[in-house]
Design a protein around this ligand. Structure first.
Ligand code: NAD
Length: 469
């Protein structure tokens, strides 16, 4: 067992009497414990954040400077944080290192972003200015697929805008975030960023807590609905980044050979555990076999193994319930006439490994198509007319993102325009940037993160109206 990493509350390292185990998904064996935050400690964290807000909100120049210093500190700690992320999450070390770098990228981006005032009138009658003010304490809750990047999507804009934060990572992946809290605590004033860890009920305590004025949540649709309900009684602001079931529509002029590799990684990056990964492919009926074979060829060539092995391109699923869920979805499809062209089974041996799987002979209405798989499984579906493909792509409660692939990019863009989702890509997928807003339509979320739109979501509009009369 590795030594327990403490929480960060009010700038101090805080341990607890209780703890919970963290499992290495590559072995299925616990390798560490993490602190189980008590209700009293959560109160302390909220109190520390509220106290820190008084001064943090006042000095914009200091905030910019400290976020830049934070970025440097995170990069300097890459060799400590990335292996821990691989160990608890499962992803290959190169991907974990990239995730740590993305934290620095986000901190730097938001350090440089302006929170613009707007002057509506400035003449002899009146001066009317619209300003954006920070909200106060933000409760931030993250899932287990990208614990660090998704935390940075909240930390960077929230702190830049002048808020303070209490952050809780998923109980499956608390460790890298706890270290991130320590690293940033060396740079930031006490109480500006508090990191607590604990099992799911701690999340519910945070959303019902009287101190935070905003909840920034990334996770499943089911939990997102609980969060929205918990925020309602005292009208906390919410941003919800929830699940997706992204369609990719291939047009009849698609160059399958040219796009197969990119299409594959759009679905299988992070072992398919990406909210906005491609989760369904719609291919023209007459090109269906070609598409299935090209994807199966890539899937069959990918090396699956422990994230610590530099040869692994895909690691294990993050946790046992997720492995079970993926296996259940595939088994259900296979029992109803679907075929696994490649994969289709749990990998024998320890750990939570599943074979990269391409499914054919599947249809809308099967759980593997209708639900978010969140694993290394991709159903490929034939379509006859483009209108039908668009209707099926949109025929879901989800609306996170989608993509359209074809040689005629203008035609593809016109189809992308018809997708009901937060981001529609053409000839790419999963292309995310700190300046590009990201959010979901329908059940995939409320509000957006990133860009100045994301920054604004951590502010409240205030009008300063001075009459010269
Ligand atoms: P989850 O909803 O089970 O858990 C997410 C977080 O919420 C965890 O920290 C958990 O402890 C906490 N939590 C659980 N119950 C809570 C409650 N009642 N109140 C408050 N917090 C609570 O999700 P998960 O399984 O960790 O993550 C996978 C899901 O996240 C997938 O659906 C995926 O699509 C989604 N996701 C969305 C985005 C996005 O940006 N849209 C990004 C990544 C993942």
């Amino acid at each position: 067992m590795t030594d327990e990493i403490p929480m960060t509350i009010g700038g101090s390292a805080v341990t607890t009497a209780g703890s919970f185990e963290v499992i290495d998904p590559a072995t299925g064996v616990p390798f560490a414990t993490a602190p189980e935050c008590t209700e009293a400690q959560l109160d302390q964290a909220m109190g520390a954040a509220r106290e820190a807000f008084r001064t943090w909100k006042q000095d914009e120049a200091a905030r910019r400077e400290l976020l830049l210093a934070g970025a440097d500190a995170v990069l300097a700690a890459t060799d400590t944080i990335a292996p821990l992320l691989t160990r608890e999450q499962g992803k290959p070390l190169a991907d974990a290192r990239m995730e740590v770098r993305s934290v620095a990228l986000w901190l730097r981006h938001f350090a440089g972003l302006d929170v613009e005032d707007e002057v509506l009138q400035d003449d002899d009658k009146a001066h009317i200015r619209v300003v954006r003010r920070p909200l106060g304490v933000v409760a931030a809750i993250t899932p287990w697929n990208f614990p660090l990047s998704l935390a940075a999507w909240k930390i960077a804009p929230a702190l830049r805008a002048g808020n303070t934060m209490v952050l809780k990572p998923s109980p499956y992946t608390p460790l890298a975030t706890l270290v991130l809290g320590q690293v940033l605590a060396d740079v930031l004033p006490a109480g500006v960023l508090n990191v607590v860890s604990g099992s799911d009920p701690l999340g519910a305590l945070m959303t019902g807590h009287p101190v935070p004025r905003k909840i920034s949540f990334t996770g499943s649709v089911a939990t997102g609905k609980h969060v929205a309900a918990a925020a309602a009684p005292d009208l906390k602001r919410i941003t919800l980044e929830l699940g997706g079931n992204d369609p990719a529509i291939l047009l009849d002029d698609v160059d399958v050979e040219a796009v197969a590799e990119r299409l594959f990684w759009s679905a299988f990056r992070n072992n398919g555990q990406v909210c906005s990964a491609v989760k369904r492919i719609y291919a023209p009926e007459h090109r269906y076999d070609e598409v299935v074979e090209a994807l199966a060829a890539v899937a069959g060539s990918v090396r699956v193994g422990a994230g610590s092995d530099p040869k692994s391109r895909l690691g294990p699923l993050n946790n046992a319930p997720q492995l079970k869920r993926v296996a259940r979805l595939v088994d259900d499809a296979l029992s109803r006439g679907g075929q696994a062209v490649v994969g289709g089974a749990v990998v024998d041996g320890p750990g939570f490994f599943y074979q990269p799987t391409i499914l054919r002979g599947v249809a809308d209405g099967m759980a593997v198509v209708d639900e978010e798989q969140f694993g290394p499984v991709l159903p490929v579906l034939p379509y006859r007319s483009l209108d039908e493909a668009v209707e099926r792509a949109n025929g879901t409660h989800f609306g996170l993102s989608g993509s359209v692939w074809g040689t005629d990019a203008d035609r593809a863009a016109a189809v992308a325009d018809q997708l009901d989702c937060g981001t529609a890509w053409v000839n790419t997928h999963l292309a995310l940037r700190p300046d590009q807003p990201f959010g979901g339509a329908k059940w995939s979320g409320i509000g957006v993160e990133n860009g100045h739109w994301g920054l604004h979501s951590f502010t409240e509009v205030k009008v300063l109206h001075r009459s010269h009369a």
